[in-house]
Design a protein around this ligand. Sequence first.
Ligand SMILES: [Zn+2]
Length: 373
Amino acid sequence: MNTTIPLPVQIVIDDVGWWTATDGSATGEPYRSGMSRAHVPADYLAIAELGRRLGMRPQAAMMLCDWDRDLLLRGLPEATWMGKAWDNPWRHHRHLDEAAQILNDRADHLELVVHGLAHEWWGGDTMERAEWADRAGVMRRRHLLVRHLETYAAILEGNNLGSMPSSFVPCAFNHAFGDGDAGIHRLLADFGILCVSTPFASMRQERPPQTARIAVECGVMTVDRGGGAPPWNAAAAAPPVAMTGPIIGLHWPNLLHAEAERNDEVIDSWVTHLQQLGRRPDRWLAPDTLRAWSQLAHVECTRIRETTAGLAFDFSGLDELTVRVPLDRFVAKTAGRQPPRFADGVRVLAESWEDASSCWVTQLQRAGSDASK
Ligand SMILES: [Zn+2]
């Protein structure tokens, strides 16, 4: 059979949102982005350009303490290195409005994702990793995290950056799966978060994930971020040779140049590399996170059969994933000149010939699911 359900690609960029870039970890302050210069609005444009040129919405996993105009974090002393004396030197800076404008104008080319307030935890005598859980993946006290999420939403609103995002990346990848109603996924679900990504290799697992790369709890779908990424603080990083998983897991400096006016040079090389990846018959550059998560669920769970009426799909494995992410749509790639034929059970939404991969790319929807969803 020459039809496959290709592995999706979504780009996840951590630690976006800092204005101060300095790694302060040696003096009890956040690691921040580690960039050699302060961040500027052009650093947001770089993400939007990456998305526009690839037809994707890369995830900008946002840190928000440098966006706290109203000093709300004074009320969360464990959230910052200054405690109740929290101050934010950026709060009146024009960059906030300029960057917010970019994020809103270019919302089709990137997604805002919850990452954290100041990334670490100052609940004891010294800074600890990290904001949502300790190194063992034990969640911080729930009533405090509720306030962190409420404050996160309030800072977004105070900057006109919209409502709570539906995706989350845990700080320092300190995370756990299988804690049930006592765990982080229940809390995230209560705030409307559907999609999480983190490396499964460093996730505490109280029970095995449902598939190799998908862990579902409280309706939240957590995807394995994998490894093999450039170092977190490497500016202008070269794209890795092997990109084998569904997530290209990056940190903001990886896509930026030490001279902001040269950011385009870095984006150029990533665009070229990712376009090549997307042309492979077994890979697909997903337009956004929900489509990427849905596609991955089909890769892991949907089986293709050849029948006399055409290709048929067995969705019984998929139906065992009780996620809130809509799983009705997926993409198939068919190698060769002959366009694929499909049996009942799916509807073809769109079909196009992709010269570079010599494949038909077919957008499919499960029959019986509502096209308007
Ligand atoms: Zn981070």
